[in-house]
Design a protein around this ligand. Sequence first.
Ligand code: PLP
Length: 435
Amino acid sequence: MATLNPQAAEANRIIKAISPTVYELLSKKGKAIYFPRKGILAQGMAAKDKDINATIGTAYEDDGQPMVLPSVASHIQLDSKDVFPYAPSEGSKPLRDKWKELMMKKNPSLGMKEFSVPVVTCGVTHGLSTAGYLFVDEGDEIILADLYWENYDLVYTNAYDARFKFFNFFKNRVFDIDSFRETVNTKPVGKKIVLLNFPNNPSGYTPTKEAAKEIINTLTGAANAGNKLAVILDDSYFGLDFEAGIFNESLFSQLAHAHENLLAIKLDGITKEEYAWGFRVGFVTYGIKNGNNELYKALEEKTAGAVRGNISNAPNLSQSLLLSAIKSPTYANEKERNKRVLKERYLKVKETLQNHKEYSKYFEALPFNSGYFMCITLKGLDTDKVWDLLLKKYSTGVICYSEKNLLRIAFASTPMNKIETLFNNIYSACKDCAS
Ligand SMILES: Cc1ncc(COP(=O)(O)O)c(C=O)c1O
């Protein structure tokens, strides 16, 4: 790797002085990255209000408006200047501030304690990857549940040469806290990267309040024992909680100020939360006990540097659309409506399983209470075969996890009036397979 840029050295000095833990947790790339404030960007900023600004790589008309194609602009009601030029690498400041404000509202136990301003990424996947860039070195172990979103393989093992160390997710139909505790506390004491995703893909499970407390105590205990933890929280499905008694804040609200040895890294986005899958806007937010503005600024700068070096910046159009939507007086009701529809489907799945005792001969649901999905475990059947029959004979598509004997069912994408048929089809395919 090239010699350390002075801007990286300065950010590292600040980070190390305020939180030696965060400095230790940074990967080699994380230590080396910096936001190039002193280069082209700084010179562009310096020229911003000058009579002649011949610095930036954006075309403008003679009257100062962005030079656009009317056939594109005619579909957009927002002001061209909020849409066509580049967004900053760290993201639109008004949107970042608004997202932070919303995060505090959605997670009241965060209180008024300090945490970073979210940095915008190109969707949550890019947030996950950015966390990998900053905190994962070749050969590092990442602790995660044995039920996980498949793309973590590409993001972490392929791109950053990490190794996965799994804990068992469920035991006796509850979160397997013993397995989690044992995995997190595996010797030697040192750097630990933990990746948690609630509501979980594929299971649709969010911990109960009691289970959440145990998870938090386990992580805090490991920090207390001298481990340095980077806890990556994939909150993609945040807010889609369908039962009373489950922990309906992000674990970030409890972990962001839990211990000086524990850096909480919250990844969330508008993909599922705001029903805008193709817009590609996510956020990375940091919290650590005794973290201050200076530390968070340095981390935000490094994160923006990683964004700059990979995608330069996330789509301005999407950021501006979201910001204007959040300000709309109907926004909250619209979100409520969508959540209600998903909850009705969730309840329909529960009711269908309840009403068809015969299903238990061939399959059983894993615990689920939130998110988009639920899983069923097949009993002594060839999962691939059932999956294939479902497609070919019953015109029904689900996701098959053969090695776990699971089928994942996205109730979020299934119309209400097809949910019962979907399960009946699965039952019939299982019956065919068994005979
Ligand atoms: C657990 C989880 N994390 C991240 C993502 C990706 O989110 P995005 O589309 O914002 O990259 C998904 C999408 O399916 C997901 O299920």
